[in-house]
Design a protein around this ligand. Structure first.
Ligand code: MG
Length: 175
């Protein structure tokens, strides 16, 4: 079953949004580097790579299903934040937007009875639970740290240990 135009359009938009997300996280990484938080910057660089891999996963799904990939301009990301807490609060809010968008794509797939797309989207539903959990946990830890430079330093160390993101998947159904 070839992918519908409506679903391919929605997934094309999502490829753009995943790349925009990657851009935001790299912008956050740059801000964190500037503000002497190299561990948090590393965490955001890993996040940048994850979002890039998400874009590739959606990209491959359109190709595998015989649809057309159409790219559009990517919006400029935010470049300034008030604090590390503000960075992670923004990241958490952004991930909630991503989740809502992916659920909308799921509604189109359900309406069309497109089981191939439904199955591909299952991976993203789980991934979004993880993304929201990770960003909100770090946000909570930063809230608790308050003005303590020492706790901020420790959190930075801890986040600097995040393992690298896996390479972009070779197909949209990769585990
Ligand atoms: Mg993503």
């Amino acid at each position: 079953m070839e992918i519908s135009k409506e679903l391919a359009d929605a997934i094309n938009d999502q490829i753009n949004f995943e790349l925009y997300s990657a851009y935001i996280y790299l912008s956050m990484a740059a801000w964190l580097e500037e503000n002497n938080l190299p561990g948090m910057a590393h965490w955001m660089e890993v996040q940048f790579n994850e979002e890039y891999a998400h874009a590739i996963r959606f990209y491959r799904h359109i190709i595998e299903r015989g649809g057309r990939v159409i790219f559009k301009a990517i919006d400029a990301p935010q470049t300034d934040w008030a604090s590390a807490l503000d960075v992670f609060e923004t990241a958490y809010e952004h991930e909630k937007v991503v989740t809502a968008r992916i659920y909308k794509i799921g509604e189109i797939a359900n309406k069309e009875g497109d089981k191939g797309a439904q199955s591909m989207l299952q991976w993203f539903y789980k991934e979004q639970v993880e993304e929201e959990k990770n960003t909100s946990e770090i946000r909570d830890n930063l809230k608790r740290a308050g003005d303590s430079r020492q706790i901020l330093f420790m959190l930075d160390r801890e986040l600097g240990a995040r393992p690298p993101a896996p390479a972009p998947p070779l197909d949209s159904m990769a585990p």
